[in-house]
Design a protein around this ligand. Structure first.
Ligand code: C2E
Ligand code: MG
Ligand code: MG
Length: 758
């Protein structure tokens, strides 16, 4: 407008000049001049116009430069979105992400291209809210940088222009790369979660040892809430179990090395102590000054208890809670080392229950277990507190007496142990008689190592067993020789059958009704290459232990059956032949087959074979039920069964009734004292009466005198067997005997072997 005004006044000036000069107004130059003036005016106007635009552009450029500088300085980017055209102006945003500005679209499609898919909806939602005027726009989201990595962007803006009706026209804002802050934040959050959720108690304290932070695990472990411990010294956790020096040293180590770890007793709020595994580390700043201590603690009280429990499990017998074999060996070794250092005697008492297996099998394992517990208690009660009582396994127990104090003292203790068993044990209505056999070895005389002392005590214990059980034996060198002997016995016995060293003797049984020989009992002998003829008591136990009794027993069966058949073939009146069976044989599944095949090979009628079993054989073989089943299987073959040595075992009438037996053989021990002991006479009479009432035949063993025979005859005994009538004889002598020639002695077995017959 100002320009137009200027041109008009210029034109007016020409007019005035013309009027004044009078020449111009009428001059023919008047119009060209006017046109020239106008052109000049226009040119001038346009130049002004150009200058003005340049100035504006220049101003804008400087503004943008400044803005750019500001943005570079702040690290921010800027955007300006024209909501009407959809155009978006961006400054420094491309650079922030490593792009050239020309690489980015200048509209909203950038969002779909670069913002993380998971964040898009949220960004959109917030932007929509801002445009709707509900809030200013703030969002944090990830954008893909040119290098392919995601950057975190903090973005904020506001509607800057609205139309007359308040509708938004422009929205603008700034954004900034906050990836680093985000990472740190995330890490912090992670650590905070670890701190909060850790099962380990964490305490942070300042260099003056005041608590500045704890985690929930700390509260759980100590019972202290946050507010109860903040600003308080860590010494509130100190336990009386450590002396103050301990904590001083701990602190010193921390100062010197910046770390400490170990087991510490800590104090709970409720006054309890607990054992903790503690790890303390100093935290230092960039100048290496300690700013904090971080203490991490695990409650290991339970672990310690578990360890202790495991130790007990590994070293103690769970049934009796006595030390087990490994613990026993360890502690005996320690005791021996002490003895060696100080001098003195140590006694190893080895106790093995008598006939435990029978008890276990007949009354069941539950009662067997309880019995062992009672035994353990009684053993403990019989010795000094300081003595070590252990269970080696099964029914084997040991007592170690350090500073044993001489043989007599040891004997007293061992006798006390024997005495502790004098009372039967009562369990679930059963009265169980328990006895034990004891072997004793003494350090240093009988050995100086665990192995040797144990072996020798064991040898002595075996001796006690073989001498009739329920007694004690000190180890002697002679026993050891016997143990070695046993070994060579075993080797020889293995070959005895093939070498033809086994023999049978036959002892007749006299039928008191007819005064005739009714049968013979086969009795085993071993013609030992050096020792001569051996009776069963010299080798049966070895055979049993070495598992030889089954093959030897089969040999006896075959030989006895064959012999009986041979006599019959030679025209002798059929004789019943009796064969003794051992527990192992009865336990052996194929016993019935073995018997059947022996009968078969010999061609002997089964009713001519009498199988003798002692009560303990029946009990020992297996469970009672199984034994009975086996007896029935034998019975099914048609053979006859006898209970041998009757009266020495756990004889019970009800038990007898369940067995498919035909004959009872009264043990020799009752017969022996028949005339001197009224009790024995009464027992014998009762057995005979009982057997008869059960329909069983009764045989009395070991009849040595005429008087004994008379008593037995009067009592109603069916048959007798014994030296009075005949000793066991070789097979060759039996026919004459049966024919009535009762004279003659058993020639071969040395007299000393007939002293105890079983
Ligand atoms: P047993 O079956 O009770 O045999 C009777 C034992 O008493 C025999 O001893 C016999 O010689 C002895 N005897 C017989 N009459 C008298 C007597 O009047 N006075 C005395 N003092 N003793 C007499 P032996 O032959 O030494 O046999 C002992 C035990 O060995 C037998 O006792 C039997 O249990 C067992 N036995 C014998 N042979 C075998 C066998 O082949 N197998 C098995 N498993 N055991 C056998
Ligand atoms: Mg017998
Ligand atoms: Mg007998």
């Amino acid at each position: 407008m100002r320009w137009l005004g200027a041109a008009m006044s210029l034109a007016a000036a020409f007019d005035l000049y013309a009027l004044d000069g009078r020449a111009l107004s009428s001059s023919p130059l008047r119009y060209p001049l006017l046109a020239l003036a106008a052109a000049v005016l226009v040119a001038l106007w346009m130049r002004r116009q150009r200058r003005h635009r340049a100035a504006i552009a220049e101003a804008l450029r400087t503004g943008e430069q400044r803005l750019n500088l500001a943005l570079v300085g702040s690290g921010d980017g800027l955007w300006d979105w024209n909501l009407v055209t959809g155009e978006i102006y961006r400054l420094r945003i491309a650079e922030m992400l490593g792009y050239h500005p020309s690489e980015l679209p200048d509209d909203h499609s950038l969002r779909d291209q670069l913002i993380h898919p998971e964040d898009r909806d949220e960004v959109e939602r917030r932007m929509a809210a801002a445009i709707a005027g509900r809030a200013s726009y703030v969002a944090e989201y990830r954008m893909r940088a040119r290098d392919g990595r995601w950057r975190w962007i903090h973005d904020q803006g506001n509607v800057v222009t609205r139309d007359d009706e308040g509708r938004p026209l422009r929205i603008a804002g700034t954004c900034r790369d906050v990836t680093e802050r985000k990472t740190v934040e995330q890490e912090l959050r992670l650590w905070a979660t670890v701190f909060e959720s850790s099962a380990e108690a964490v305490v942070v304290s300042d260099p003056r040892d005041r608590i500045v932070a704890i985690n929930p695990a700390f509260s759980r472990m100590t019972g202290y809430a946050r507010e109860e411990v903040l600003e308080r010294p860590t010494s509130i956790l100190h336990s009386q179990r450590h002396d103050p020096n301990f904590y001083r040293q701990l602190r010193q180590t921390l100062l010197d090395t910046g770390r400490w770890q170990g087991e510490v007793w800590q104090h709970r709020k409720n006054g309890d102590d607990f054992l903790a595994w503690v790890n303390v580390n100093a935290v230092r700043d960039e100048h290496d000054r300690i700013t904090h201590y971080v203490l991490v603690a695990i409650d290991i009280t339970q672990r310690k208890l578990d360890e202790e429990r495991l130790r007990i499990l590994a070293n103690y017998d769970t049934l009796t809670e006595l030390p087990n074999r490994s613990q026993f060996q360890e502690r005996l070794a320690e005791a021996l080392a002490r003895m060696e250092a100080k001098g003195g005697e140590l006694a190893l008492i080895f106790a093995d229950l008598d006939r435990f297996k029978q008890i276990n099998d007949s009354l069941g394992h539950a009662i067997g277990d309880r019995l062992l517990q009672v035994v353990a208690q009684r053993l403990r009660g019989a010795v000094r507190r300081a003595d070590l009582v252990a269970r080696l396994g099964g029914d084997e127990f040991t007592v170690v007496m350090e500073n044993a104090g001489g043989r007599e003292r040891i004997r007293q203790v061992a006798e006390r142990i024997l005495g502790a068993f004098a009372r039967p044990v009562h369990l679930e209505g059963h009265e169980i008689p328990v006895t034990t056999s004891i072997g004793i070895s003494v350090y240093p005389r009988d050995g100086t190592t665990v192995e040797v002392l144990l072996k020798h005590a064991d040898t002595a214990m075996y001796q006690a067993k073989s001498l009739g059980r329920n007694q004690l034996q000190f180890f002697t060198a002679e026993m050891s020789a016997r143990a070695i002997e046993r070994l060579s016995y075993e080797t020889n016995l293995r070959r005895a059958e093939e070498r033809g060293e086994l023999e049978l003797r036959y002892q007749p049984t006299l039928d008191l009704a007819s005064d005739a020989v009714s049968g013979v009992e086969a009795l085993l002998r071993w013609r030992h290459p050096e020792r001569g003829l051996l009776a069963p008591k010299d080798f049966l136990e070895v055979a049993e232990d070495a598992g030889l009794i089954v093959p030897i027993g089969a040999w006896v069966l075959r030989t006895a059956c064959a012999q009986a058949a041979a006599w019959q073939r030679r025209g002798l009146t059929p004789l019943e032949v009796a064969v003794n069976l051992s527990a192992s044989q009865l336990r052996f599944e194929n016993l019935a087959d073995t018997v059947a095949s022996a009968l078969d090979r010999a061609g002997l009628a089964p009713e001519l074979l009498l199988l003798e079993l002692t009560e303990s054989v029946v009990m020992e073989a297996d469970s009672a039920a199984q034994s009975i089943a086996r007896l029935y299987a034998l019975k099914d073959l048609g053979v006859r069964l006898a209970i041998d040595d009757f009266g020495t075992g756990y004889s019970s009438l009800s038990y007898l009734k369940r067995l498919p037996i035909d004959t009872l053989k009264i043990d020799r021990s009752f017969v022996r004292d028949l005339l001197v002991s009224p009790q024995d006479a009464a027992i014998v009479e009762a057995i005979i009466a009982m057997a008869r009432s059960l329909g069983l035949r009764v045989v009395a063993e070991g009849v040595e005198t005429r008087e004994q025979l008379d008593v037995l005859r009067r009592a109603g005994c069916h048959e007798v067997q014994g030296y009075y009538f005949s000793r066991p004889r070789p097979a060759s002598e039996i026919p004459a005997l049966v024919a009535g020639d009762a004279a003659g002695e058993e020639t071969e077995p040395p007299a000393r072997r007939t002293g105890s017959g079983g």
